[in-house]
Design a protein around this ligand. Structure first.
Ligand SMILES: Nc1ncnc2c1ncn2[C@@H]1O[C@H](COP(=O)(O)OP(=O)(O)OP(=O)(O)O)[C@@H](O)[C@H]1O
Ligand SMILES: [Mg+2]
Length: 339
């Protein structure tokens, strides 16, 4: 989906898997962070939904590109091109294009100066008068409706596509932090690997992700043997297209190891948390966002592991963009979080 921007401000959530563009009041664009380039003339053939639908299906002249890896830009030039194409879709065509007044983009907290530079380079092409970055977990907390300015500590877990970030927020800052590159993409790769190792059955990453979204579950006691997905792929011995049935219980077993790593990351953040903030979190609990917060059983599983209240975001794909959009609406109020 996309709509034209009506204002001169723009918020960007350039995610590992999805890119969302917002102004201070509405979501304007939300599509996968992919691009297809024609290698013969270096032209961008497709971005977003269209590029995603072409993945793993194209011929040799067309090259699929995912400019982000592990939640950060891994291919600066492609990220720049992809953003340009995406932003052009929400701008009304004009003979005299004006720059943005405020341009604010999310960035993971765990980013190196070089990765931040790559993002700034990609943003500079829009010649905005005020360009800022905001750490994604802080934006997510705002998007979740939390008051991040008060001293009471809050623990936010963002399980995105490329990175899981766990932060303890107090007084508009990050008091403790842990991250792991074990996130959505890892879960998809684990499913793909499992099929290959166990059944000599090869599926694409899109199919693996589809299986996870449909029946993925992280708590064995509620996983059902009756709930299943029929995945289509290729038999590696025979070399022919086949389909295979996978049950929810089987999938829960596959997701166990990577999910334990995500839990370990939460545990470490609690370990380094100052005692006063720990007592706040004992009361307020854990807030979970990012697309993988939709996994079945996640609330019960984390409650059981940590013996704390767990709050799952009902719109986990939108939290970061909702947060940056709020900041756009009152940049002065939120200047403590602008980088
Ligand atoms: N229903 C669902 N069940 C499980 N996982 C889901 C579901 N819907 C989306 N996801 C997963 O959520 C992830 C995308 O979420 P999100 O858009 O928050 O990530 P991102 O912001 O692009 O990545 P990052 O934060 O790492 O940069 C993908 O791994 C996707 O497979
Ligand atoms: Mg994200």
């Amino acid at each position: 989906m996309f709509r034209f921007a009506s204002t001169k401000n723009l918020a960007i959530d350039l995610g590992n898997n999805n890119t969302l563009l917002t102004d201070q009041s509405a979501l304007l664009f939300s599509q996968p962070s992919y691009m297809v380039v024609n290698e013969l003339n270096n032209k961008v053939e497709a971005v977003g939904d269209q590029a995603y639908s072409m993945l793993e299906k194209m011929h040799s002249n067309l090259k699929p590109i995912k400019p982000l890896k592990g939640g950060v830009i891994s291919d600066g030039e492609s990220a720049k091109k992809m953003l340009k194409e995406m932003v052009s879709k929400i701008q009304k065509p004009s003979l005299f294009p004006k720059g943005f007044n405020y341009l604010i983009s999310g960035v993971p907290y765990d980013t190196t100066p070089v990765e931040k530079r790559a993002l700034r380079d990609a943003l500079d092409q829009f010649s905005s008068r005020n360009t800022f970055l905001v750490h994604e977990p802080l934006a997510a907390a705002l998007g979740l409706g939390l008051n991040i300015q008060e001293p009471e500590g809050k623990l936010v877990v963002d399980i995105g596509g490329g990175i899981t970030e766990v932060v303890i927020i107090s007084l508009s800052g990050i008091a403790a932090f842990q991250s792991t590159r074990t996130a959505g993409d890892t879960l998809d790769e684990e499913i793909q690997d499992y099929f290959r190792r166990t059944y000599n059955f090869s599926v694409g990453l899109k199919t693996a992700e589809h299986v996870k979204k449909e029946i993925g579950c992280v708590l064995s006691s509620i996983a059902s043997k009756e709930e299943f997905f029929i995945a289509k792929g290729k038999d590696l011995m025979e070399g022919i297209p086949v389909s295979r049935k996978v049950s929810q219980s089987e999938l829960t077993f596959v997701l166990e190891k990577p999910f334990q790593k995500i839990e370990e990351c939460i545990r470490q953040s609690l370990e380094v948390c100052p005692p006063e903030l720990a007592s706040d979190i004992y009361r307020s609990g854990i807030y979970v966002t990012g697309g993988n917060a939709k996994l079945k059983g996640i609330k019960e599983r984390l409650t059981k592991t940590f013996q704390l209240p767990v709050h799952i975001d009902l719109q986990p794909l939108l939290s970061v963009s909702k947060g940056i959009s709020q900041i756009l609406g009152a940049p002065q109020k939120h200047k403590a979080v602008l980088v």
